[in-house]
Design a protein around this ligand. Structure first.
Ligand code: SF4
Ligand code: SF4
Ligand code: FES
Length: 233
């Protein structure tokens, strides 16, 4: 795929030019047009388009489409702020936060969490009576990996951790597990069989998680101790 030829399109009335083959979401973000997104990583050839937050309307297409999986086209006219787009984004957001207890102060990702940024952008609270809290039927914190803790109710199942691990660690040290509402991330095995045996502790998954659902145990312990000290002071 040649990325040399430039393609010109219009987004929210602004004309932008980007290399041919660029994903529409990246074209917008690179040109200062923010579109909420969770499951996209810059170099993805085939994005999963699973979070359904990056929807836009493209003139000539009947329904809103995820911008992360659309390639730019010459003359494309895109709208990122229509009522239909916002309605769908807000619905997707509600579903994503339904398992989150919303106690941001107690979370290591506080103030740099993607869900906080998206909530602000959509003018939506992270938790109200309208947004039902439906925790998953599993522990709040899963600590079977020797070094990494996983909090399934914070996890938005964006798959970024699975993607970076498979790119860096071809043994696939973590992947999706279970089904439906109880889908989680798993490091495989059991304590006896050696959970995380394939993991190189490279921390790529921890660093790429947009919501603080994966953390190193020692860092989380230090954070919680610090928090406790502040509360007791
Ligand atoms: S720390 Fe690295 S190797 Fe281990 S699960 Fe995370 S990304 Fe994969
Ligand atoms: S643990 Fe984090 S990066 Fe992995 S799927 Fe959940 S939210 Fe995404
Ligand atoms: S970023 Fe496009 S669907 Fe998630």
């Amino acid at each position: 795929m040649s990325k040399d030829r430039m393609v010109t399109l219009t987004v929210d009335g602004l004309e932008i030019s980007v290399p041919q083959g660029t994903k529409l979401l990246k074209a917008c973000l690179d040109n200062g047009i923010y579109i909420p997104n969770l499951c996209y990583i810059d170099d993805m050839e085939h994005p999963p388009a699973s979070c359904r937050l990056c929807l836009v309307e493209i003139e000539g297409r009947p329904d809103p489409l995820p911008s992360c999986s659309q390639k730019v086209e010459d003359g494309m006219v895109v709208h990122t702020e229509t009522d239909a787009v916002r309605l769908l984004q807000k619905t997707a957001f509600r579903l994503l936060v339904s398992t989150n207890h919303g106690k941001c102060r107690l979370c290591m990702a506080n103030k740099h969490c993607a869900m906080q940024q998206i909530a602000k952008f959509l003018h939506m609270p992270l938790r109200t009576k309208k947004l039902r809290y439906i925790p998953k039927d599993m522990p709040e914190v899963i600590e079977d990996h020797p070094c990494i803790v996983y909090e399934p109710n914070k996890c938005v199942l964006c798959g970024r951790c699975v993607y970076v691990c498979s790119r860096q660690n071809y043994d696939f040290a973590l992947d999706f597990a279970r089904r439906g509402f109880n889908t989680t991330i798993s490091f495989f095995g059991s304590q006896e069989e050696g959970v995380g045996d394939y993991c190189r502790n490279c921390r790529a998954c921890v660093d790429i998680c947009p919501v603080g659902a994966l953390n190193f145990k020692d860092e989380r312990d230090a954070f919680l101790q610090d928090l406790q000290a502040k509360i007791s002071a």
